[in-house]
Every structure is written in structure tokens, then in C-alpha cells.
Design a protein around this ligand. Structure first.
Ligand code: NOJ
Length: 546
């Protein structure tokens, strides 16, 4: 049983916090898989709006929605055909407007996803470029080039798509166009002023509607090295890799974000942007967060660090140093819609161990200074669904890559909300459709099944977020003080408004006895009672008021 000696007090401070994002807990909603309002098997905006009270009760500060714009869905909406329209599959603009208002009424901020590196091949600009042919100005808004080889039958350079295969596709008139992702996702040419102007206008469109910020897709990819030079080595590019390549993390991207920061500022200091930038190091990520650029960047180095005390301590230290140097908050994240869920990543083949570690990892993450991102379903302890039949999969990486590797459908299975029969309240009808099938075992993981059960992962998350909210020293501030601890154990103190706290995490496979640092606030699993010393079981974290 999870122990929590201190009752979780309700949030007390309702005054506006000027820099709310600095210690915000932000929850990612993946619209197609969150809640299906109309029963077609696909999640939608009315479904999300109806379930917002779950997020308020969970205790998060903001919700980030992955794209719901008009899209042929070649990459689950990250192929946008119209940046100002809601895809009918997800609802209407009125629904988007209503969702923002309802979220605000519940005290939740709303972040939308913006996809500026590429659009859909059905976007009117790309259609125009195809129609008008080689040499037409419409082609300059993308990267069209003649091919190489005697008849131009080879791609213009050796770049490979993140999803596998060449990053170039040849059109009927013989020219090739660049797509770092699927062929249905042509890259914009950010050397073209019209591209800048268009995205300024798109940002304003959603800011005018009332959105609190943006998550910037492939924020590190917009600018390509001039001349589009060959990489020169045959190494396959991976979405989650740490590549240094002529199309990622080029210095030129920063001017774009300085421009965007000015636009955000026009709407007041509370509108923010977070970069999805897979840079080689946290130091390179910090460059996106200089005072006149963006507010946050995802900490993918943290996400990709395994269950290893020394490695985690190292990435925590380097993240804080890098972010403090530019005055930006660190961010922490364990899962998103592109990676294997962390309950499975940490499992090493043992699901119970994976869940134990996932809960401990949550307490560690939520005790660090800065902002934390949660991915829908982690509050239910959902594992990755590893046994999806090929015929239901939709991830382009699955079809273009090598078999299972790189597939991202297993973390996108619709959420279980209630009931004993699939789709477990995801849609309105028992036995109704869901775009990916849910495992039968998820009946015991639904929100309804876990609510009120003190041992459930959902109640554990609710308590953790309530304690964090009541004790701002847990998330606020910039630094941690490491305490002496045995190998494989992390222990640190946080001091700030609301008191002083200690977080201890046993990452080893055996119980460890530690000096009791104070009063137990919350533990991820049962801890042994002790006078002066407390026994932390394997893979367990504890918060102490100390
Ligand atoms: C990152 C997004 O998170 C991912 O889902 C998408 O496939 C690529 N960017 C391309 O937009």
C-alpha cells in the first residue's frame, strides 16, 4: 500500500502567478486517443472538453493538445493541410474555442501544437507548387531541386527521412522535393519570407482565440544548412537520435524564435512556447531558451536516460546548469506519443517492476525544480501495447522503417475511462469502436476502476500533484542539494517557499536502509517503518518534509 502520512491539502493560492510555466505540470492530450465524443472510434475535441474535469481533479496546470488541424492524417495530424481549420474528424473551430474557454473556467491553461517544419502534401501551397512546375515561384516555398545522376534519377543529396528511406521524392516533371519525414510532409523553405509571414499569422490566429501557448514541432529543423550539403556518411537518421546533421539545430533557427517571442509578448507575458528540439545536448537545447527566445524545451536527454542513479544524477545536474545559465526553467518528461511508455521502458521484461519504477520515477521528476510534462495515461500506469496486429497500425514509421522498430502506435492506444467492455468509456457506447484496440486487461486500469483505490496509480498521481501544489518548494526554484547516499540511491534536498524537502530514490534491486530525514509525505510504495532509519524497498521513491 502507498503511504502518505500528510493529507494532501487543497491548493490555496489562487492569485495569478506571473511566470506560471516555470514550475507548471503540463499534461499532453493526444486527441485521437483521449476521449471520443461522437462514437466514431476516434477521439475528438468535444470528447476532450467533456473530460477536462479529470485533468482538473488530477491537479495539472495546463494541457497541451497534439495537432487536430485539417489533415489527411498521413502522420496522425502532424501533416497539416490547413493551419487555421479543425479537421472534421476532431470537431469544429467552435469546439476548439469552447475547449479553451472550458479549460480556462477550470483553471487549466491550454497549449496547442504548431507544425512549422513541414505541411501536408495536400496543403494549398504544395498543390500550387506541383501544378505550376519547375521554376515557378510557388516552388520556392519548399525545397524543390533537380536530381543527380545522368538523368536526374538520383536524389539531390544523401539525406534520409527520419521515418526511413530517402528524404526526397521525385514528382512527375522530374524535380525532387525534400521531406525530412514522410513523403506526404514536404518541408517548408524557411529562407522564403512568405513562410515567415504565414506562420506569424497562424500564431496570431490561435493567440486571438485565447490559446496560452504553443508546442513547436521539430523546432530544431526549420533551417537547413545552405546549399543542402551531403551528410557524407551512411548513418541512418533516427527520430530519437542525437544526430549532428545539416538539417537539425542550425544556428539560423534562433532568429525565427526571437521573432515569435515578440509576437507572444504582444499578447502579454503569460503566453509561452515550448520547443520540441532533439538537440545533441542539453546545452544546445538551452540556446533555444535565451531570454528573447522560447520559454521551455523538452528535456529529451532526461527522457532517454535509463533507470540508473548515476546517469540520472548527471543529466539532472547538467540540465539545471544549462538552463540556469540562460535563466530558463528546466523541464522533465518521461513519456510522449513518440516513445515507448516508461512503465514498459523501465520494466526489463517484468511489468510489475516497470510500474514500480514508473511510480518512483514520477516522484523523482515531480521533486525536481522546473516544469514537468505528463503524457496521457501515465497517471493510470498504462504500459505500452506491444501486441498490436500489423493491420491496425497507422504509424508511418512502421511502414517505412524496419518492422517493429520505430513504431509509435503502442503508446497511442485510446485511454480506458470506465466500464468492463472495450472501449472502456473511450467512446459513448459499450462495444463501440476505437481506432486502435485496447487490451482486455485495461478494464482494471480505467479511471473509474482506479478512482478511490488508495493503492492505485491514479490516486498516487493525484496525491503527488496535490502535495506538489501545496508545497511550492517541490517544483519552484533552480537548484537541488545532493545528500550523501549509497551507490544506486539518489537523495537531495529542496529548500524554498513552503519549507524544506528531501527526496530519496532507491534505484537498486535490493532494499536499502537510510537515515530518516524527516516526516514522510508520500512514497511510491510501502516503506519499512523505522526509528531513525527507514528501509526503502527496491525501485522506490519517498518525499519527506525535512
Ligand atoms: C514530432 C512529433 O512528435 C511526431 O509525432 C511527428 O511524427 C514528427 N514530429 C513530424 O511532425
Amino acid at each position: 500500500m502507498t503511504q502518505h502520512v500528510t493529507a494532501a491539502p487543497a491548493a490555496t493560492d489562487s492569485a495569478p502567478v506571473p511566470q506560471w510555466w516555470r514550475d507548471a505540470v503540463i499534461y499532453q492530450v493526444y486527441p485521437r486517443s483521449f476521449a471520443d465524443g461522437n462514437g466514431d472510434g476516434m477521439g475528438d475535441l468535444p470528447g476532450i472538453a467533456a473530460r477536462l474535469p479529470h485533468l482538473r481533479d488530477l491537479g495539472v496546470d495546463a494541457v497541451w493538445l497534439s495537432p487536430f488541424y485539417a489533415s489527411p492524417q498521413a502522420d496522425a495530424g502532424y501533416d497539416v493541410a490547413d493551419y487555421r481549420a479543425v479537421d472534421p474528424m476532431f470537431g469544429t473551430l467552435t469546439d476548439a474555442d469552447g475547449l479553451i474557454r472550458e479549460a480556462h473556467a477550470l483553471g487549466l491553461r491550454v497549449i496547442f501544437d504548431i507544425v512549422p517544419n513541414h505541411c501536408s502534401d495536400r496543403h494549398e501551397w504544395f498543390q500550387e507548387a506541383l501544378r505550376e512546375g519547375p521554376g515557378a515561384p510557388a516552388r520556392d516555398r519548399f525545397h524543390f531541386r533537380p536530381g543527380t545522376g545522368p538523368d536526374g534519377e538520383l536524389p539531390p543529396n544523401d539525406w534520409e527521412s527520419v521515418f526511413g528511406g530517402p528524404a526526397w521524392t521525385r514528382v512527375e516533371d522530374g524535380e525532387w522535393y525534400l521531406h525530412l519525414f514522410a513523403p506526404e510532409q514536404p518541408d517548408f523553405n524557411w529562407d522564403h519570407p512568405a513562410v515567415h509571414e504565414e506562420f506569424r499569422s497562424v500564431l496570431r490566429f490561435w493567440l486571438d482565440l485565447g490559446v496560452d501557448g504553443f508546442r513547436i514541432d521539430v523546432a530544431h529543423g526549420l533551417v537547413k544548412a545552405s546549399g543542402l550539403p551531403d551528410i557524407g556518411h551512411g548513418e541512418q537518421v533516427k527520430l530519437l537520435g542525437k544526430q549532428e546533421v545539416p538539417y537539425f539545430d542550425q544556428d539560423g533557427v534562433h532568429a525565427i524564435y526571437r521573432d515569435w517571442r515578440r509576437i507572444l509578448q504582444e499578447y502579454g507575458a503569460e503566453r509561452i512556447a515550448v520547443a520540441e528540439a532533439w538537440t545533441p545536448t542539453v546545452e544546445r537545447s538551452a540556446r533555444y531558451l535565451r531570454h528573447d527566445e522560447l520559454h521551455q524545451a523538452f528535456n529529451f536527454e532526461y527522457l532517454t536516460t535509463g533507470w540508473d542513479a548515476a546517469a540520472l544524477r548527471d543529466v539532472i545536474d547538467r540540465s539545471l546548469t544549462a538552463m540556469n545559465a540562460v535563466g530558463a526553467p528546466a523541464t522533465w518528461v518521461l513519456s510522449n506519443h513518440d516513445v515507448v511508455r516508461h512503465a514498459t521502458r523501465f520494466a526489463d521484461g517484468d511489468a510489475a517492476r516497470g510500474l514500480r519504477r514508473a511510480r518512483a520515477a514520477t516522484l523523482l521528476m515531480l521533486a525536481l525544480p522546473g516544469s514537468a510534462y505528463l503524457y496521457q495515461g501515465e497517471e493510470l500506469g498504462l504500459p505500452e501495447v506491444t501486441e498490436l496486429p500489423d493491420e491496425v497500425r497507422q504509424d508511418p514509421a512502421f511502414f517505412r522503417g524496419a518492422g517493429q522498430e520505430g513504431t509509435r502506435d503502442g503508446c497511442r492506444v485510446p485511454l480506458p475511462w470506465s466500464g468492463r467492455r472495450a472501449p472502456f468509456g473511450f467512446g459513448p457506447a459499450d462495444g463501440g469502436p476505437s481506432w486502435l484496440p485496447q487490451p482486455d486487461s485495461w478494464r482494471d486500469l480505467s479511471v473509474a476502476a482506479q478512482t478511490g483505490d488508495p493503492d492505485s496509480t491514479l490516486e498516487f498521481y493525484r496525491r503527488a500533484l496535490a502535495v506538489r501544489r501545496a508545497h511550492p518548494a517541490l517544483g519552484a526554484g533552480r537548484d537541488i542539494a545532493w545528500l550523501p547516499s549509497p551507490d544506486g540511491v539518489l537523495a537531495f534536498r529542496r529548500t524554498g517557499r513552503g519549507g524544506s524537502f528531501v527526496c530519496t530514490v532507491n534505484l537498486t534491486a535490493s532494499p536499502v536502509a537510510l537515515p530518516t530525514p524527516g516526516t514522510l509525505l508520500l512514497a511510491s510504495a510501502d516503506v519499512g517503518p523505522g526509528a531513525g532509519r527507514t528501509v526503502l524497498p527496491a525501485d522506490t521513491a519517498v518525499w519527506w518534509a525535512a
